[in-house]
Each structure stands twice: as C-alpha cells, then as structure tokens.
Design a protein around this ligand. Structure first.
Ligand SMILES: [Zn+2]
Length: 418
C-alpha cells in the first residue's frame, strides 16, 4: 500500500478516467495494439505470482444512486468492494484493488469504512476468475484459457483461439525483448483478461457502460480501471451462427492487417501495465504509452501469424509522420508536457504520428537513456500527477534538451525508408 501525500484524492481522481482509458477515438487512425510478457521461465513454470503480504479488506462506501426526479438530488446507496488497499490518501480517500485486479478509487467524501476480513489478500485463481467472467458476461460467452490469458468471447471458438495464439506470441516476444533490458520484470498476479465481441455494435454498447463516453469510436481499448482489454472481431464474419476456425480467421486477418495491429496494440498496453513497466493510475505520459504500443503493433504479413518482428518499421506510421513533418516543425515539448494533443480530435492524428516517431527514435538509438527513463517511469506511484514542467524535466534529464532531440529526430527520420 502506498500513502498518497499532497493533493487530495478527490482532486486527483478527476483524471484517471480520461487519461487511462486507452481507447482510440479516431476511426481514421484505427488505432492498434499489442504485447508481451515475462518471467515464466525464471519461476520454474509458475506463470503467476501472488501479491505481497497484505490483508484482504472490505471497504464500504456511499455511492450516488439514480435520481428519482430532475428536482431531487440522488440518494446515496451503500456499496462494498473487497480487495487490498493500494493507496491511502491523507484525506482518507482510498484506491482499492479487487480480487480480479480492478481498481476502485473511493474519495474521502464517499465515507469509506475499512474492515479486515482475512489476513492475506490473494487475487482470484485462474479457475475462480474464469467462473466470475462467465457469470458476469452470461449466455453466449465462452472463456478460452491460454497459458497467460483468459479470452472471453461470443464470436466462437475459432476467434477465441486465434486471439489467444496472437496474445501468447506477443507475450513471448515482449518477454524476450525486455528481459535483456529491464531487470526484475513483474509477473502478472493472475491471467490477463481479454473480452472480444462478435460485432462492433456489441462492443460499443459494452464500451459505453464500461468506459462511459470517453472512448468514442474505438476499435479496441485497454482499461486501466478494470485491467482488461476489450476488442471486437474486425474480420467481421465469425459469430455464433457462422463459426469459423482459427485458421479461417487468420486468413481473413491477413487481408485486414489493422485487425492484427489493434489486437497487438491493446495487448501491449495491458502487458506494460502488468509487468511493471508502467503503473496503472500513475502519471504515464501518453506520448510514451502510445509510442510503446505503436512500436510493437506493426503487422508482419510475411509471418504466418501476421505478427512477428518487434520494432519493424511501421510504414503506416512513418507515412503519417512524413506528412506531418512536411508541413510543420516537430513540437516535442508540447507532446511531452501534457496529453492534451492526444485528447483533441483535431490534433490527435499528428500527436500519434509524432509520438510514434519519437518513441521509435529513442528506443532504437538511445537505448541506455531510454531504459533509465523507463525504469524511473515504472517507479511512479498511483495518483501522483506530475506537472507539465516536471514531465519535461524528467524527459530532459534522460534525453537532453527537447530542441536537440527534435533536431536529431528529424535527421534520423529523414534517413528511414519503408
Ligand atoms: Zn493505445
């Protein structure tokens, strides 16, 4: 558990919902996902580690109910969550992690009351989580377990198995990639969860309830709140009535590389937050989070799976970057200082292009500096938000003046060819 000093949780909690739903709001971008993981070998075959020695607690709190009429304020109803306390703010607010890995920010104004109900917090086991997901998602959904994932889908066995194979391929590649560079990668405490819908319509209805109006026209998203990635079958034809095999799904996906890139992109976000590269609800700059996912997402149509080579030059992103670079100089400082350019649809396309290029350049050419920056990022605590100046200072301490980085990046990218 971390103690959160300084600003109150009430103020702090105004940020996570928009900042950490990595949905992709622009159809034109059709954002993509990806990723990876580790430590299985180091643990002698145990893919999951349990949490440290912390008690299991039940926190009861007041939650606003539904208003009975427009003229009367909503009555509060008592709710409860069981889990472990991740952050306790000085004003009494809490950040609770439940046994499925979901995070529950509870403000001091919600009058939380904590009682210990067992001496040791444990996350749900794979079997318990599997049963909980079936109960939550209901009729029509099946859960397909793999070594490191639970894939919940109503798009049929073929789609579930196809997703599972891609996730595991990414997991292995991600683990190999980072094992050489970042010591002590964390082991996820339980299987990582993906919910994959048969249709975009079902996905959007779920998204609205799960993530509110924040995600918009996403093709997929990772929720830092629930720790799940949520997707839909972009190849479009599988479903309960038209079940396709994994091989048929694969064939379709190779004709639509964005379908592969989306799965990889969101899975990278999830892996990054579950292997200790980043911390959920901490100050994770969007240029870094999105740049990392874009670095891994590149489809490889020469590979049977459609995804193989980590760090392969992303020709689609390079094209967006070149278009941007032809009309104006780079603006690294504003990209780093806040996430505003990613949130505004008018500037998001350029922000993604610039973030991809910056991340690619730093990861490929400034490895030691990049790894040090990443290690510091992984130490950031939940609900401790940095100012724009602090973000720029962290970046410049690692990589030097943003103006120098802009110059070097521009030269480097001019030499890249698809
Ligand atoms: Zn993303």
């Amino acid at each position: 558990m971390a103690l959160c000093h300084g600003r109150s949780l009430i103020q702090d909690l105004s940020m996570p919902w928009s900042q950490y739903q990595f949905g992709h709001t622009l159809r034109v971008l059709r954002e993509i996902v990806a990723c990876l993981c580790v430590l299985f070998l180091c643990l002698g075959g145990r893919p999951f580690l349990h949490a440290a020695d912390e008690p299991l607690v039940r926190v009861t709190y007041q939650s606003p109910g539904q208003p009975t009429s427009p003229d009367t304020p909503p009555l509060h109803e008592e709710k409860a969550v069981e889990g472990r306390i991740r952050v306790q703010a000085v004003d009494g607010g809490l950040l609770v992690e439940d046994r499925q890995g979901g995070l529950w920010p509870i403000t001091a104004g919600q009058s939380p009351v904590t009682e210990t109900i067992a001496p040791q917090y444990t996350p749900l086991s794979a079997e318990e989580l599997n049963a909980a997901l079936k109960a939550e998602l209901g009729e029509g959904f099946e859960v397909f377990p793999t070594t490191h994932y639970l894939v919940c889908t109503n798009a049929g066995r073929g789609y579930g198995e196809w997703c599972g194979r891609l996730f595991e391929r990414l997991h292995a590649g991600f683990q190999r990639f980072w094992k050489r560079r970042i010591p002590n990668l964390e082991v996820p405490a339980q299987p990582l969860v993906a919910i994959a819908f048969a249709t975009q319509k079902e996905f959007q209805a779920f998204q609205l309830a799960d993530a509110g109006g924040q995600v918009g026209a996403a093709q997929g998203y990772f929720s830092a709140r629930t720790n799940r990635m949520v997707l839909f079958n972009q190849s479009g034809e599988a479903g309960p009535g038209r079940a396709l095999t994994a091989a048929q799904i694969q064939k379709q996906a190779l004709r639509n590389p964005m379908a592969i890139a989306t799965v990889i992109h969101e899975a990278v976000h999830q892996l990054s937050f579950n292997m200790g590269l980043q911390t959920r609800y901490a100050d994770n700059p969007a240029w870094f989070s999105e740049g990392l996912a874009m670095y891994f997402e590149t489809p490889d149509l020469e590979a049977q799976s459609g995804w193989r080579t980590i760090g392969k030059l992303n020709t689609s992103r390079l094209g967006q970057y070149r278009k941007l670079a032809s009309v104006r100089p780079l603006e690294i400082r504003s990209l780093i200082a806040t996430d505003d350019r990613f949130r505004d649809p008018a500037s998001a396309v350029d922000a993604y292009a610039e973030a991809w290029a910056l991340h690619y350049y730093l990861l490929e050419t400034q490895k030691e500096k990049y790894d040090n920056y990443l290690k510091n990022l992984g130490k950031k605590q939940p609900l401790q938000w940095n100012t724009p100046d602090q973000r720029v200072a962290d970046f410049e301490a690692a990589f030097g003046a943003t103006s120098d980085v802009e110059l070097a990046l521009t030269k480097y990218m001019a030499r890249r060819s698809p």
